[in-house]
Write a protein that binds this ligand. Structure first.
Ligand code: GMT
Length: 375
């Protein structure tokens, strides 16, 4: 099938999922066209089956805001026509579903019918999409999608609660490509980060408020009072400066390493002993799944869809949002002795394996087939 994928090309989970999905579809023989404003960060290889079309938004001084949706929908129309694309899959409702619907209508004027699938990822619903400024447009574009998926059951329920929808939402969870983990890294350079007797704790995110970055720091501060440990913070975002300041205030800055954005998170996770995700809200928690795939147990909040990934007492522990004492206590329990840590590492990996792309890709292919047949 010839498939167009629209996503955010940045480090965010939705862009990562869309990119990995496109790569896997191309490996299965589909022809995949990414249409977005920058080459997606995890899209390294362009080949016969995988293409990237950049959306340009010309600057014009009259515009206070440059009209990205307009440029995207025009680019969609041109690309879909030029490459005889058969299906459009947009990730993240805002503004992709809206632009996709406009493209669909324009194509219809030319006698071309293209089914559109919208995948909801989380903040497009729970944070941004529900805002009165966006809600009518988001409701409209979800209802106008031919098929809608969400990345967790929790997100499906929240979407139905927040919006007045006449569309069914199918749950297709996020995934991991375990082929990447089949050969262990031979250069897992733990010694660069910590002493032999130290535990390594990791957090990866976009450092936005919703991630509760101060909780990450405070949980670590409690843990390192009891056992030797280092904290590795991966990512960039608005809370980073405050996080650095807080480490200084708590006198732990020598024990916290800020690495910035990384395209090599597996190389960091391969030597991590524990992953922290105390988020305020999280539709799925792809970063937690990536940690588990690297045999790293997870201490998290029980917000949103996280319990569908992190299993309490098995792959890690869940606490109510903001319960940092409880999270620190659970972290110390896992890290307390090698035997317990090994047990959690093993279970984290086993649960993560259920989310292998080989189990999830057929769900998307089946969805595409149904959408295509319903034309
Ligand atoms: O976590 C973020 O803030 C980034 C955001 C995104 O849209 O890129 O992530 C959302 O989508 C991910 C992929 O489906 C999910 O794993 C994250 O849980 C979700 N984030 C939130 O719901 C806050």
């Amino acid at each position: 099938m010839k498939i167009a994928i629209v996503c955010y090309p940045t480090f965010g989970g939705s862009g990562v999922v869309a990119t990995e999905l496109g790569i896997a579809l191309a490996e299965r023989g589909h022809e995949v066209h990414f249409i977005t404003y920058k080459q997606p960060v995890r899209l390294e290889l362009l080949g016969n089956n995988i293409h990237f079309h950049e959306v340009h938004v010309p600057e014009y001084p009259l515009f206070h805001y440059q009209p990205y949706e307009l440029a995207l929908s025009s680019k969609l129309v041109d690309t879909i026509k030029l490459h005889d694309i058969e299906l459009l899959h947009v990730h993240y409702a805002i503004p992709h579903a809206y632009a996709g619907y406009m493209a669909k209508k324009m194509l219809l004027e030319n006698g071309i019918y293209i089914p559109m699938i919208t995948t909801l990822h989380g903040t497009d619903i729970t944070l941004v999409g529900r805002h009165p400024f966006y809600k009518p447009a988001v409701t409209f574009s979800i209802n106008k999608s031919d098929m809608v998926t969400s990345v967790s059951e929790n997100l499906r329920q929240q979407t139905l609660k927040i919006f007045d929808l006449d569309k069914e939402i199918e749950v297709i969870p996020n995934f991991i490509d375990f082929k990447k983990y089949s050969s262990e890294f031979t250069d897992c350079q733990r010694t660069l980060m910590a002493e032999d007797n130290e535990r390594i704790i990791t957090h990866i995110s976009n450092f936005r408020k919703v991630k509760r970055i101060p909780d990450v720091i405070r949980i670590f501060e409690r843990v390192q009072r009891e056992i030797p440990a280092k904290l590795i913070m991966v990512g960039e975002g608005p809370e980073k400066e405050y996080a650095e300041q807080l480490c200084d205030d708590l006198k732990i800055k020598e024990k916290v390493i800020f690495l910035g954005n990384s395209t090599e998170i597996d190389r960091i996770l391969c030597f991590s002993d524990l992953f922290l995700l105390p988020s305020e809200s999280e539709s799925f928690g792809l970063a937690a799944l990536e940690a588990m795939a690297n045999k790293t147990p997870v201490i998290s909040s029980n917000a949103g869809g996280i319990p569908e990934v992190n299993k309490h007492g098995v792959t890690g522990f869940l606490s109510d949002v903001g319960q940092i004492d409880d999270m620190a206590k659970n972290a110390l329990y896992i890290l307390g002795d090698d035997k317990t840590l090994e047990k959690f590492k093993k279970s984290a990996f086993e649960v993560a394996e259920k989310f292998d792309i080989s189990n999830i890709l057929p769900l998307y292919e089946d969805l595409y087939e149904r959408a295509y047949k319903s034309r």
